[in-house]
Design a protein around this ligand. Structure first.
Ligand code: 5AD
Length: 352
């Protein structure tokens, strides 16, 4: 326990650790260790963000995808999935509703849908920014050319989420088909940051073949890259994928990783993910208590929510119809001494 605590201090001071020290931390996800990390992470979160938790309205606008990631239910080779695609009017409708509920960030996420090209997305971003000038727009639509990212930024998109999925080339190749390259993913992340996006990377915990050395590699990458946002959730199998019979990732290790991310980078925007909320009944609250400060409820139309099936039994996080401040989520956060913040919640914002 003493060495574990010393390494947490070193992580905080240096913003990173050498490989063997990461491996030591990652090998201790058990409760007493995890709690020590969570306590430190909580202190840092409260110092930076007080009791505020940022919320983002997630619009999953297309489950059509040209990619074929082995873990993901919306991969192109899943013939069982009914595909859908929202149009601009439907998405603006989601935002109208979301705005009334209290959301001031909209996250537009989809598969890599060829019919939603850069031009069309730019048009959407412009309309949303015009209609909701006090809201931030986050995109999460996969790998594009740097020129396209630039156009989206110029159209008014503020943030971009693109999980790196695995920073280790061999592990990356175990969970993706050969034509999806880690180098391309990394080049996209570099480009996004260069352009000026608040940029998010991240990975799943417990994907098949993942070892602690791979997670250490992810942490080393993030310590160098210094993303503005980090998305981490447990792997959860989807029955109609090559990994359908594999087991779920560890919730405990996921929670420890959230704490380590917070300690490594106290200002980072760190969501308690839907996957964590799916794996553990009170996963989102546990995530917040481990250092997360963002929650991303789904504001997509109810009819399509089930079709955006990245993994089995995806938890609902419905903001309800009474507004986010009166939602179940708000009550659950209040029960752990936190509250929802109405605002954009940009990286670098200090107080709530
Ligand atoms: N389990 C957990 N997370 C998944 N994702 C995709 N498939 C799964 C799964 N089976 C995550 C990926 C992707 C994000 C949108 O969802 O990390 O980047």
């Amino acid at each position: 326990m003493e060495r574990f605590g010393q390494l947490l201090d070193e992580l905080e001071e240096r913003g990173g650790l050498p490989r063997e020290k990461w491996l030591y931390l990652l090998a201790h996800p058990e409760k007493p260790f995890r709690e020590l990390a969570a306590e430190k992470a909580r202190t840092l979160t409260l110092a930076r963000f007080r009791e505020g938790v940022y919320v983002r309205g997630l619009v999953e606008f297309s489950n059509c995808c040209a990619n074929d990631c082995f873990y993901c239910g919306i991969r192109r080779s899943n013939p069982k999935l009914e595909r859908y695609r929202l149009d601009e009017e439907e998405m603006l409708e989601c935002c109208e509703k979301g705005y009334r509920y209290g959301f001031r960030t909209f996250v537009f996420q989809s598969g890599e849908d060829p019919l939603w090209g850069c031009e069309r997305l730019c048009g959407l971003v412009r309309r949303v920014r015009e209609r909701f000038p006090d809201c931030a727009v986050t995109l999460s639509v996969g790998e594009l050319a740097e020129e396209e990212y630039k156009r989206l930024y110029e159209a008014g998109a503020d943030r971009y989420l693109l999980r790196h999925e695995s920073a280790d080339p061999e592990h990356y190749a175990m969970i993706h088909p050969p034509r999806q390259k880690l180098a391309t993913r990394m080049a996209c992340l570099e480009a996004l940051k260069r352009i000026g996006f608040q940029t998010g990377c991240g990975f799943m915990v417990g994907t098949p073949g993942q070892e602690l050395k791979h997670i250490a590699c992810d942490m080393e990458f993030m310590s160098r890259f210094r993303p503005h946002m980090i998305g981490i959730g447990p792997f959860i199998p989807h029955r109609d994928t090559p990994f359908g019979k594999e087991k779920c990732g560890s919730g405990e290790l996921t929670l420890l990783l959230l704490s380590l991310c917070r300690i490594m980078q106290p200002e980072v925007l760190l969501p308690a993910t839907t996957a964590l909320g799916t794996l553990l009944p009170d996963g989102r609250e546990q995530g917040v208590l481990a250092g997360a400060n963002v929650i991303m409820p789904d504001i997509s139309p109810a009819e399509v929510r089930k079709l955006y099936s990245l993994y089995d039994n995806k938890a609902a996080c419905d903001p309800g119809t009474a507004g986010i401040l009166h939602s179940d989520l708000a009550k659950k956060l209040e029960a752990i001494g936190r509250h929802v913040v109405i605002g954009r919640g940009d990286f670098g914002e200090r107080s709530c």
